[in-house]
Ligand binder design. Structure first.
Ligand code: HEM
Length: 469
């Protein structure tokens, strides 16, 4: 009786109709998971319980997200992420909390501002190559995302892996670019699919075969890089050994013995970083360009800001990045409307007390950032693109945890600052060189769907006309 009373408020929450054993997963069959989850929110409000097929709490309330994201018993990833294990193994994204804590502390050394600052010339140089390709129209003009993905992966390889890369300029399609997107898509499609959720059945089906083939290609690619890096480290041991501040791959290889890391773990971590750093940043850049194309007055403000700081030819340095205030507001507003990681899922490892209910231990918890970002009580007229919402005085009026494109709390995105620097540097360089236009007239023209990141069901239309003045 006492037990019942404790969880009453939780079990009294509105719940979509569920079928024994399969719960609400039937709702997800044949539809995109992002749409299915958003439908739950539309029909049952921003605090609900569903069975997918295990008991899961769904929320987008900022006051609850604030508690949940900072709670020590909500750090573990939920069962849905198990399907990603075949790709990312025990890397940061998926590692159980004790391993995650140790590795996150180590890897954070590579994300100190001083190291990130040393990447700025790479970000700038790569964005200049991107400008050249856009100017010469040497890319598929009907699919801007694909070019941006090559740009972010190329930048990642040089900055984070510390290897020379020509992915952006290579005419031949790069095996890593095709592979990383495909395997994430195939792994994500398993969620909620009763047949593909079973490892054995998945390995037998067509998608499973493609998945494992691509995985092998990715692993070989990373192994080759690791091998080269190890030789370099041996050759230059003294020069590299004494520093705490290294790109991630160097840091992990140099601490392999001391921290008991295996080659296999380092490979999984690098595959995660490549996946986490590229699609996310590329889609954010593409969505920002599309929104600026739909809002020429905001685009003009970004242009004026960049021109006043560095003009048409000036290099974008760390100082410039600090001063690109409106450009950052334009990116933030794009991330509010189109957060590329719209939903995350965690597991409650103990009972979690919220102000008006207790989430029972072992429940899944789905946090919907897209629904949060479109809440009209926090962002009036929420579907309107308006970078001024991110003026410091406007931000100060909003509650904490009401803007979470990189999640929040201790298990948030480790690449937040890195991504923001790449985005500001590349967007500033693009806007001072081109007028961006698109066929879309409103955000509703984008048909969104979810893979691990939020994609569109169609190629993204965005055109770049070289500015003559
Ligand atoms: C616009 C770009 C990006 C967005 C929107 C983004 C968003 C996120 C989000 C929401 C999470 C939390 C996932 C969860 O709790 O399930 C996350 C985790 C992570 N991200 Fe990012 N990310 C971006 C770029 C990057 C970059 C550039 C890197 C690396 C250089 C990176 C590396 C990671 C890693 C390693 C994790 C796992 C962190 C952990 O569990 O400790 N991300 N990202």
């Amino acid at each position: 009786q006492k037990h019942k009373a404790k969880y009453k408020a939780f079990y009294d929450l509105p719940t979509p109709l569920y079928i024994p054993l399969i719960g609400n997963t039937w709702k997800m069959l044949g539809t995109n998971i992002l749409n299915a989850i958003n439908d739950f929110f539309k029909d049952f409000g921003n605090s609900t319980v569903a069975y997918i097929p295990h008991r899961t709490y769904f929320t987008s309330r900022y006051e609850e997200l604030k508690i949940l994201l900072q709670h020590p018993n909500v750090l573990e990833k939920s069962l849905e992420y198990n399907h990603l294990k075949a790709i990312f193994g025990n890397s940061l994204l998926l590692a159980p909390v004790p391993i995650w804590k140790k590795h996150r502390k180590l890897i954070s050394r590579s994300f100190k501002q001083s190291i990130l600052d040393s990447f700025t010339p790479i970000f700038y140089e790569k964005s200049c190559t991107l400008i050249k390709i856009l100017k010469e129209k040497k890319y598929d003009e009907n699919d801007i995302y694909h070019l941006f993905e090559k740009f972010t992966l190329d930048t990642f390889c040089e900055a984070t892996l510390g290897i020379e890369s020509t992915i952006l300029t290579d005419v031949k399609e790069h095996e890593f670019v095709t592979g990383i997107t495909l395997i994430q898509k195939k792994a994500f499609e398993r969620i909620g699919n009763i047949i593909k959720m079973n490892d054995f059945l998945f390995s037998l089906c067509h998608d499973g075969k493609i998945f494992y083939k691509q995985m092998k290609i990715l692993c070989n690619y990373i192994e080759k890089i690791m091998h080269k890096k190890k030789i370099l480290i041996e050759e230059h041991n003294e020069a590299l050994l004494n520093t705490n501040t290294l790109p991630v791959l160097d840091l992990l290889l140099q601490n392999e013995e001391k921290e008991n890391l295996t080659d296999n773990y380092i490979k999984e971590e690098m595959i995660l970083f490549a996946g986490a750093a590229t699609d996310t940043t590329a889609y954010t850049l593409a969505y920002t360009c599309c929104l600026l194309a739909m809002h020429p007055e905001a685009q003009e403000k970004v242009y004026q800001e960049v021109m006043s700081l560095v003009g048409r030819e000036g290099e974008i340095t760390n100082m410039t990045l600090n001063d690109l205030k409106y450009t950052e507001m334009a990116i933030n507003e794009a991330q509010r409307l189109l957060p590329v990681v719209p939903i995350i899922a965690r597991q409650a490892t103990a009972d979690i007390e919220l102000p008006d209910k207790v989430i029972p231990a072992n429940s899944g918890i789905i946090m919907n950032f897209m629904d949060l970002h479109r809440n009209k009580d926090i962002y009036p007229d929420p579907m309107r693109y308006d970078p001024d919402r991110f003026l410091p005085e406007e931000v100060a009026k909003r509650p904490q945890f009401s803007f979470l494109p990189f999640s929040g709390g201790p298990r948030n995105c480790i690449g937040l600052k890195y991504a923001t620097m790449v985005l500001k540097s590349s967007l500033a360089n693009i806007v001072r060189n081109f007028k961006i236009s698109t066929i879309y007239t409103s955000i509703h023209d984008l048909k969104l769907e979810s893979s691990i990141v939020m994609t569109t069901a169609h190629p993204l239309d965005c055109h770049f006309t070289f500015r003559t003045i």
